[in-house]
Each structure stands twice: as C-alpha cells, then as structure tokens.
Design a protein around this ligand. Structure first.
Ligand SMILES: [Cu+2]
Length: 320
C-alpha cells in the first residue's frame, strides 16, 4: 500500500474510519482515580422507622461510598480523620495488593493518610476499616464496595446488564460499645442491607418505602458484599435462579444456573438475574439463612413494565 492513497479524500476517510474501529476494540486506557473519604463518628438511621445508632462511618453513611474503577486503573486514595473524632481509623481495600503495615495502618484523629495502588484484578471487593478493634469498626459501619470493571468490557461471557444494584449485608449489634459481643456473636439483633433492616422489603416492614425495580426480561446485575462479622450468606433469589454468578465478580469465574450461592465473610460476588419477559414478576432476594432473613436480610425486586427508569441505571446503583 502506497502513502499516495491518503491523498484521495474518500480513501483517506475509509482509512481513518478503520483506524477508529481498531481503537474502539482496544481496552480502555488506564487512568488515575482520586478517591477521598472522611471518617465520621456520627449517628445514622439503621431502620425504616428512624432508629438512630452511634455509627462510625466513611463520609457519614453506612455503607461508605461506592468506588468504581476499571482494571488497570490507579486508585489515588486519601483518608481524612478529623480531630473531632475519638478513634483511630484506617482503610483496607480488598482490591489492593500492598503492605498491611504501611498503606493500611491506622490514622489518628487530626491526621490524614494517602496511598495509591493499581487495581489489577477485576471483580467486586469489600473495603473496610481495620483499626482496632476491627470487628467493632466494621460492625459500627465502616465498610463499602469497590468495583473493578474488567478492562475488556462487556462480551458474551459478561453481557451488558440493563440494571445494576449494590447490596451490602452486615450484622447489627445494638450495643455499640460491646466489642466482645461482636467478636463472640452475642446480641446480634438485625441484618442490615445497605445500612438498614428490611431496607427494601415493604412485605415484612410496613415502614419500608423502597424496592429494587426492573422491567420484565431485563438482566439485573447485583454486586453483593458480605460485610457480616461472623456469618456467611446463603444468597438466593426467591422465585428465580441466578442466571450467572461471577465468583468474586470476575467473569473468568462464572457459574451458570445457580439457586443459592454461599458468600464468605469479607467477600463479594456478582449475580445476574433475568426475569420472564412476558409478564410482571417479583423476587425476594434473601440470605436463606433464616435467622438472617428474619432479622432483615430480605430485598424485594419488582419486575414490572413501569419500573422506575432511574433505579439501577446511570450509576444510581446504591439506592438510599
Ligand atoms: Cu474505623
């Protein structure tokens, strides 16, 4: 091929378009994502009727903010621990390969900590505070999710979902001071889903006003984190079957047609559910461990034609 063809405008256009096509198929260029969180020791509401709890949080909410990056990105992280706080706090990203004594070390009140890591493993991961006593810092609310999207994007092996939701389950211990009870699993009174008991379940809680929603036939992708202190989660979609389960959220670890998936403590998986396209249905997504379900770990997913278009779309994946 001679360079002369580029002198012809039409041929130049064809060549330019084919270059663009090649570029579009290439993985997305890695970027640096700045993430800043502030530890806040503050009261938060932990149920649908407004019960307050003296929480320890990232940015004032349970769970902390959703962090989402693409495989290969550098996470540039800063944790601020304001001088008004009484406790030291820290950040442990399960998506990071670093030094526990360095990056994950405690930050005293009035100090800040900055570190970076490259998110080289696609999937879904828990993050949490690791300051002593760790069980208490997690139980009081210092946890969240980091999603590392695969750099190759969507494919037959990892279809593009119509909706995405984050669900994070944790244990509620009303006596916030009793760290031994948290470690020994005594006095556990509730299962929090995204920070509230029966958060999305108007069937079991008359004060619940939220549900997850989708349209019939849509592929709903759930990023699930088990932030419990002492219990695995038997994650099951009542009246459905998980179309796919991506263990640890990595499409290279895919299971098909799963009824119940055991999610270990401090782990996370990604779950796809596809509802029947020809009529409206509902699912109750539960921890089938009954003691957890009846303490609050039930989430209603309504599959209906007039599903709210703003739920589970455009990054609105953690519904508060
Ligand atoms: Cu903490």
């Amino acid at each position: 091929m001679s360079i002369k063809i580029f002198t012809h405008p039409a041929k130049f256009a064809v060549a330019a378009i084919s270059v663009l096509t090649v570029l579009a198929a290439e993985p997305i260029a890695a970027k640096t994502v700045k993430v800043t969180m502030t530890a806040k020791e503050a009261n938060v509401v932990i149920d649908n009727k407004g019960t307050e709890y003296p929480a320890w949080t990232y940015d004032g909410k349970i769970p902390g903010p959703v962090v989402r990056v693409t495989e290969g990105d550098t996470v540039d992280f800063t944790l601020n621990n304001p001088k008004e706080n009484k406790e030291s706090h820290s950040m442990d990203f399960h998506a990071a390969i670093v030094d526990v004594l360095k990056e994950f070390s405690e930050v005293k009140p009035g100090e800040s900590k900055h570190f970076t890591f490259v998110a080289n493993h696609p999937g879904v991961y828990m993050y949490h505070c690791g300051a002593a006593t760790m069980a208490q810092h997690i139980a009081r609310g210092m946890y969240g999710i980091i999603i590392v999207d695969p750099k190759n994007g969507y494919s037959n092996a990892y279809p593009k979902p119509d909706r995405e939701y984050v669900l994070i389950q944790s244990q509620y211990f009303p006596n916030a001071k009793d760290k031994d009870a948290m470690i020994e699993d005594r006095g556990w009174a509730g299962s929090l889903i995204n920070g509230k008991i029966f958060h999305y379940d108007p069937v079991h809680d008359e004060n619940a006003s939220l549900t997850l929603q989708s349209k019939p036939g849509e592929r709903v992708r759930i990023f699930f984190v088990n932030a419990n202190i002492n219990h695995p989660v038997a994650f099951h979609p009542i009246a459905g079957i998980w179309d796919r389960v991506y263990i640890n959220g990595n499409p290279q670890n895919t299971l098909y047609g799963i009824q119940t998936r055991n999610v270990p403590i401090a782990s996370a998986d990604t779950f796809d559910l596809v509802s029947p396209a020809d009529h409206p249905t509902n699912n109750a997504i539960v921890d089938h461990t009954m003691g957890a379900a009846m303490r609050g770990a039930i989430t209603v997913l309504m599959n209906m034609p007039d599903a709210d278009p703003k739920l589970g779309t455009n990054g609105n994946i953690l519904i508060r």
